[in-house]
Design a binder for this molecule. Structure first.
Ligand code: ZN
Length: 62
């Protein structure tokens, strides 16, 4: 399944835009997978990344 491959790979860090230092960091209260970037020492969620991508796409269109 293509979707399984997408979810198994580490996401892009929204702060420093790299994947190589992103590690899983448990799950948030809402059930979303949380991640921790060892490069910038920040945590983030996959849903948060999705929202950023939507905003960037909107900006590119406008
Ligand atoms: Zn980072």
């Amino acid at each position: 399944m293509v979707f399984n491959k997408l979810f198994s790979s580490p996401p892009l860090c929204p702060y420093c835009n790299i994947t190589s230092r992103v590690k899983k960091h448990g799950k948030g209260r809402t059930g979303y997978q949380r991640y921790f970037c060892t490069s910038c020492s920040r945590t983030f969620q996959t849903k948060y990344i999705y929202n950023i991508c939507v905003k960037q796409n909107a900006m590119n269109l406008g």
